[in-house]
Design a binder for this molecule. Structure first.
Ligand code: NAD
Length: 366
């Protein structure tokens, strides 16, 4: 079987702690499935790279990422680097990776694990069975459009950003949405603000056209972003796969992720270019760094997404997801998802061990 080359960026803070557990799960898989052969190489990114090399992403790091089959990233940043100028902050390393590798689609699954249903801020009957996928356009729109800046116009200080979307940019992310919906046997909802914004009028027109021409079998609907924000908490089960612009996705992916309860549970994938990147949605959690209590499940599930989307190892990806579900059903909880009287509190390392043990058991069942 081909060896898959994985570029590993543990990053800063708890990024390094949760990455160790994800890599240990991948190592475990190598002993359980003859399709799994991984070669991992680590590089510094973010604050760790600034400390060592004065830049958040080195040329070596970028070229390693480029030449790999997939990238795993922990998280970057922390108070130590907060006072640096914007251009050399740890987050720039992450943005540079996304831009250089043209990762234009960010996928965030929001799945409610049955044993954690009471961790959701919404009522059980609203969140039960939720398994939705939010796709955010990641390299265009308001965050990159020009003109931008703060300038004096007619003697008044004015802040400017511009929402720009071209037809090809919309087409490619729409196709990711349609493909995903087709794979899930589900439907696609496209989110926009076409009653006010021209960029959204084009967005809706292009998504509709692609749907009619290339995906007539995938049911498509459109929703205005303000209504969508409301519907996501009123009745999230009506959604399946959703696709939206960079700005709307930034906001709605956070909303969708909270439906499931904890930030320590949610993985993500950034796709588009030749190489895809997988990372938890949480940050470096400076408040719990070094305490050994970070929840490693989002990072482990991110490794599971890598198996599914980059390596087409659907069976092994399902083992990981099944193992996470199993350890939660067995009552193991890191501090962020633990409630008084509700299960056995474990640290990062023990949670990782429990997942590996569950993966072993599930793999034996086939
Ligand atoms: P955060 O996600 O790091 O933490 C928010 C809260 O959630 C904290 O209380 C933290 O303890 C908790 N938390 C997060 N992940 C957890 C986990 N796996 N297990 C248990 N608890 C967890 O967000 P923040 O505090 O706003 O940011 C801290 C730093 O991380 C900042 O420097 C920020 O820029 C950076 N950040 C990086 C990324 C990234 O690299 N993708 C994303 C978000 C934030």
């Amino acid at each position: 079987m081909a060896v898959r080359k994985i570029c590993v960026f543990p990053g800063d803070g708890i990024g390094k702690e949760v990455m160790r557990e994800a890599l240990a799960v991948l190592k475990e898989l190598e002993g359980l499935s003859d399709r799994c052969r991984f070669e991992t190489e680590e590089e510094l990114v973010g604050g760790a790279a600034i400390d060592e090399h004065k830049v958040p992403l080195t040329d070596r790091g970028l070229s390693l990422a480029r030449s790999s089959d997939a990238i795993l990233l922990g998280a970057v940043g922390g108070p130590k680097w907060d006072d640096l100028p914007f251009e050399v902050r740890p987050e720039r390393g992450l943005l540079a990776l996304r831009r250089e590798l043209d990762m234009y689609a960010n996928l965030r699954p929001a799945k409610v694990f049955a044993p954690l249903i009471d961790a959701s801020p919404l009522r059980r009957e609203i969140v039960e069975g939720i398994d939705l996928m939010v796709i955010r356009e990641l390299t265009g729109g308001l965050y990159f459009g020009k003109p931008r800046g703060i300038q004096m116009i007619d003697g008044v200080e004015t802040g400017i950003n511009t929402e720009v979307y071209t037809r090809p940019e919309i087409e490619r992310v729409a196709r990711v949405g349609f493909d995903m919906a087709r794979k899930k046997g589900g439907r696609l909802t496209s989110v926009d603000k076409s009653n006010v914004l021209e960029s959204s009028v084009l967005w809706r027109r292009v998504v509709t056209g692609i749907g009619a021409k290339e995906y007539p079998d995938v049911p498509l609907s459109h929703i205005l972003v303000d209504n969508c924000a409301m519907q996501l908490v009123r009745n999230p089960r009506q959604f399946d796969v959703m696709v939206m612009s960079n700005l709307f996705g930034d906001i709605l992916t956070d909303e969708a992720s909270m439906i499931t309860g904890s930030i320590g549970m949610l993985p993500s994938a950034s796709l588009g270019g030749k190489v895809a990147m997988y990372e938890p949605i949480h940050g470096t959690a400076p408040d719990i760094e070094g305490k050994g209590i970070a929840n490693p499940l989002a990072m482990i599930l991110s490794a599971g997404m890598m198996l599914k989307y980059s390596f087409d190892m659907l069976r092994e990806a399902a083992w990981i997801e099944g193992a996470v579900e199993q350890v939660l059903a067995d009552g193991y909880r890191t501090a962020d998802i633990w409630r008084e009287g509700g299960g056995t509190k474990v640290g990062t390392v023990e949670m990782g061990e429990r997942v590996r043990e569950a993966v072993r058991k599930i793999s034996q069942k086939g």
